[in-house]
Design a protein around this ligand. Structure first.
Ligand code: 5AD
Ligand code: SF4
Length: 482
């Protein structure tokens, strides 16, 4: 085995990823550590992104790094010299899609043997996935995980110059890397990572293994980034973390929490602040107060509940009850009366009975959710729930999902109906996907609005009168004085 092979062949282990070490996470500066060369001169790249906003934000970083290496983006697979799949491991079907896609992309590799095919993101953090890639997907040249995106320049140099297969996945998170270049997808909306990883260990979830322990960026670097975005004309930021309410919990040298960060951002000239995603157990009153106090805090909260049954919640290790969740919902609604709440729900968790499921439906009705991502439980190897006894038929689980979605969809419609004949502020994002003459954008409550208007309004905030609320969006007309 050559030295290079040693260096670039590092496989992950879920067992090591589970360990939480007390050591502090160092911060490093990308610019000071990475040697940028023009390895991408004359070459084109394409990245396909799967999964959550965390992955979307990581893709923006990968693109930023690739462009710093002189690669240019293409959306045509046949013209690409580098294709990276930024993958998601949260459910089995997300993984199956990626394996299918790798099979389909093989033909481009045959046509162009110099094409570099890479797999990044959460899937490579699982040892079984890496073993399968090594055994069956010989046309994959580059495998790296969530902790080492900043090392792309090194990996590409090796893959391109030495024509070596590069496999490097760290089980343990390393440093927080600041000043990573980013190619932001949207001209007026930006993701801002505030923390990485998760220490909750919900029993069904693979994320604490694939994303590592919780570590928060310093408030100074977040605020600096937001100030930079403001000066570039950004109108909306979404703070990102697997559990934003745990922000700051890992600071050893100071007491600074998510509510402190919201207070600081509330005082800045950024018109819209959102965040995702929250854990009900860590959502404190100081956070509710900050949200109610500052006008730029958008009145939409995504608050995953997962189940309404106390038995199931306990088995999920969610650390709250149906009653305490409903109490939190009540406190939020009292402080922010017109708030829009959305959630995530898993049906068919091992051992979930019909009575447990009915508790979920009851909680959904009581919470008045205006939207939800709903899923059938998917067993993830290495997580505790994958070993739980599960004797509910899949057909029964699908039926529960259908019954749940009927109520959730009524919630979407009700959430739109309440804006009928009202003027809402819309941050115009672009043209509607279906009709070029129609503009589309989102309200503070995160409702999609379509209306006829001049494309010069794209990127601006305008008032729109809602004329036709539907289930998935609202139709409107530009307000006269807008
Ligand atoms: N099976 C089904 N859904 C899951 N989620 C996370 N892990 C699983 C799993 N193993 C859902 C949760 C979470 C959302 C991002 O994905 O609802 O909030
Ligand atoms: Fe997964 Fe639970 Fe962490 Fe969310 S809070 S990422 S569901 S372990």
């Amino acid at each position: 085995m050559s030295n290079l092979y040693d260096t670039y062949f590092k496989k992950p282990s879920l067992k090591s990823a589970r360990k939480r070490k007390q050591k502090e996470t160092p911060n490093i500066d990308f610019n000071a550590h990475i040697n940028i060369k023009d390895v991408g001169q004359g070459k084109r790249y394409l990245i396909q992104t799967y999964g959550c906003q965390g992955n979307e934000a990581d893709t923006e970083t990968m693109k930023g790094i690739l462009e710093a290496l002189s690669f240019k983006e293409t959306n045509r697979e046949e013209r690409a010299d580098l294709i990276i799949l930024n993958t998601c491991a949260i459910r089995e079907n997300a993984e199956n899609r990626v394996f299918g896609e790798l099979g389909r992309l093989k033909k481009y590799k045959k046509k162009n043997p110099d094409l570099i095919l890479g797999v990044a993101g959460c899937m490579p953090q699982e040892e079984d996935v890496v073993n399968r890639l090594l055994e069956k997907y010989h046309h994959v040249d580059l495998i790296f995980g969530t902790h080492n995106i900043h090392k792309i320049p090194e990996y590409l140099e090796t893959a391109l110059m030495n024509k070596e297969r590069v496999i490097e996945v760290f089980s343990e998170e390393g440093a927080i890397v600041e000043n990573l270049p980013k190619k932001r997808e949207h001209p007026v909306k930006a993701w801002v990572n505030i923390m990485f990883g998760c220490d909750e260990f919900c029993t069904y979830c693979i994320v604490p293994y694939t994303r590592g322990k919780e570590r928060s960026r310093s408030p100074e670097s977040i605020i600096d980034e937001v100030k930079g975005l403001i000066s570039e004309g950004y109108q909306e930021i979404t703070l990102l973390g697997q559990n934003v309410n745990a922000y700051g919990r890992d600071f050893k040298d100071r007491a600074y929490t998510f509510s402190n960060l919201l207070e600081a951002l509330g005082k800045l000239e950024i018109p819209r602040v959102r965040f995702t995603t929250s854990h009900p157990n860590d959502f404190d009153d100081a956070t509710i107060e900050a949200l109610a106090t500052y006008e730029n805090m958008m009145p939409h909260i995504h608050l995953p509940v997962q189940s309404g049954s106390n038995t199931v919640l306990k088995h999920m290790n969610r650390k709250y009850t149906k009653e305490s969740y409903l109490d939190l919902v009540g406190r939020i609604k009292r402080a922010i009366p017109d708030v829009s709440l959305t959630t995530d729900i898993i049906v068919g968790f091992p051992g979930e009975s019909e009575a447990d499921f009915l508790e979920t439906l009851d909680l959904v009705r009581q919470s008045d959710f205006e939207g939800a991502f709903t899923f059938v439980f998917s067993a993830r190897k290495g997580t505790p729930a994958a070993a739980y006894k599960d004797d509910t038929a899949f057909s029964e689980k699908k039926d529960r999902l259908k019954r749940l979605n009927e109520i959730i969809n009524q919630g979407y419609k009700k959430g739109h109906d309440r804006f009928m004949n009202k003027a809402v502020e819309v941050l115009v994002e672009g043209r509607s996907k279906k009709d070029d003459a129609i503009l589309a954008g989102y309200t503070p409550h995160n409702k999609l609005v379509n209306f006829a208007g001049d494309p010069s309004l794209i990127g601006k905030r305008v008032l729109v009168d809602v004329t036709e609320p539907k289930t998935w969006f609202m139709k409107g007309v530009l307000h006269e004085k807008s």
